[in-house]
Design a protein around this ligand. Structure first.
Ligand code: ITT
Length: 201
């Protein structure tokens, strides 16, 4: 079986290559297929946006396709940037612009109230219309300044009290054991393994 991992985010792609390596399937990227297509994320939830991406690319490729919609929910901002995490800071913002804007916005929020979580919803879409979802979260706090070189996105400002490090300070193997994406990917591996047992493709 071949599975299309539909993301243009290189950080996500690298993580899925590790997270899904135990599956006896060939992972195919959008770059492998030469697909360049902008999917407008018009949904109001992570699940809706993940499904929009997975269905669109399943239709275009004719392959079983997974996509994730993910982001950071900051309690002091009532859950923002949430589904708008990629669009926070405007269309030309870089990852660094986005986390700097976040740090500025909550500069006055005290330590105890800087709680946040990363959320990842994976949608799986078959060309015949079947679909499945998995989800993962990880709780943490927004740091006062950026630290660390690993990972991507908001990782340098996402502090894990248990590890006393930001996500970007953790080795990639550790992030891939505990992250929101790791939790969602493990559930996906379980679901896909059942498909194999059931003889589905
Ligand atoms: P695709 O839609 O092509 O997959 P994207 O980057 O636009 O790529 P999303 O719409 O799901 O993906 O937006 C995710 C946003 O949340 C984006 O700004 C990421 O940097 C951030 N994000 C998601 N997972 C993250 C992680 O593990 N660490 C840090 N930031 C993350």
């Amino acid at each position: 079986m071949r599975l299309l991992v539909a993301t243009y985010n290189r950080g996500k792609m690298a993580e899925y290559a590790e997270l899904l390596q135990e599956l006896p399937i060939e992972l195919v990227s959008l770059a492998d297929l030469g697909i360049e297509l902008e999917v407008e994320e018009t949904g109001t939830t992570f699940a809706e946006n993940a499904l929009l991406k997975a269905r669109t690319f399943a239709e275009v490729s004719g392959m079983v396709t997974m996509a994730d919609d993910s982001g950071l929910e900051v309690d002091a901002l009532d859950g923002a940037p949430g589904i708008y995490s990629a669009r926070y800071g405007g269309p030309n913002a870089t990852d660094e612009d986005r986390y700097r804007k976040l740090l500025e916005e909550i500069a006055d929020v005290p330590q105890a109230q800087r709680t946040a979580r990363f959320r990842c919803v994976i949608a799986l879409a078959w060309p015949d219309g079947r679909r499945a979802f998995t989800e993962g979260t990880i709780e943490g706090k927004i740091a006062c300044s950026a630290r660390g070189e690993h990972g991507f996105g908001y990782d340098p400002v996402f502090y894990l009290p248990e590890y006393r490090r930001t996500m970007a300070e953790l080795p990639p193997e550790t992030k891939n054991e505990i992250s929101h994406r790791a939790v969602a990917a493990r559930a996906l591996v379980d679901k896909l393994s059942h498909c194999f047992v059931a003889g589905q493709s």
